[in-house]
Ligand binder design. Sequence first.
Ligand SMILES: [Zn+2]
Ligand SMILES: [Zn+2]
Length: 142
Amino acid sequence: MTHLAHCKCHALKLEFQAPPVFQFYCHCKDCRQVSSKRVTRVAFFKAEPEFATGEHTGIDMTGNSGKPKQYRRCAACGDFVYATVDALKGMVGVNVDAMDPLFEFKPLAHVWTSEKDNGVTISDTVVQFPTAPVLRPGGSAK
Ligand SMILES: [Zn+2]
Ligand SMILES: [Zn+2]
């Protein structure tokens, strides 16, 4: 099954042949700033060759791990579509809001709850991590 994501204007498109490796809610300040949402839903896919088509603009930041990360927006509409994180080599973190509407979000965890927006109340039973957990492909985190 092909998984598709695109920005609002459809100029920047992503395509992955395999299902996401893991998915989570990110509460970190950086994601909040880039996505303009209090909580960002992220799906990490293996970075396949030529996964993106279209022009992007970048916002480069340093992750809390001390390693660089790159947020990518569409060059035309400015929509935040994906990010790459040097701490997670070979992966692409896709903004779930940009995924095809048929995509089913199955979060494994809430991460970076230590940076959570004060207005956010977590009411589900999904496991929470104050910082970044060790994520194991296939579904577990610790
Ligand atoms: Zn666009
Ligand atoms: Zn984040």
